[in-house]
Design a protein. Structure first.
Length: 70
């Protein structure tokens, strides 16, 4: 299930950082399974990569709004 931008904006910063870590780890495991031809749904890599980008975008926007560099 892809994350929606409005769902991400409702999360606090700690939740977003935790979610980014989870997605990074999941992406690593998906890439590993893809390399060993054990991945049943190759589109999951793309979806996870985009979800991670959404989370990072929201974090960056919040950092810019608060005036601190990311």
């Amino acid at each position: 299930m892809a994350l929606k931008s409005h769902e991400l904006r409702e999360m606090n910063e700690d939740e977003l950082k935790a979610r980014a870590g989870e997605l990074s780890e999941e992406l690593f495991h998906l890439r590993l399974r893809r390399a060993t031809s054990q991945l049943s749904n190759p589109m999951k890599v793309r979806e996870t990569r985009r979800d991670l980008a959404r989370v990072k975008t929201v974090l960056r926007q919040r950092a810019q709004r608060s005036g601190s560099p990311a």
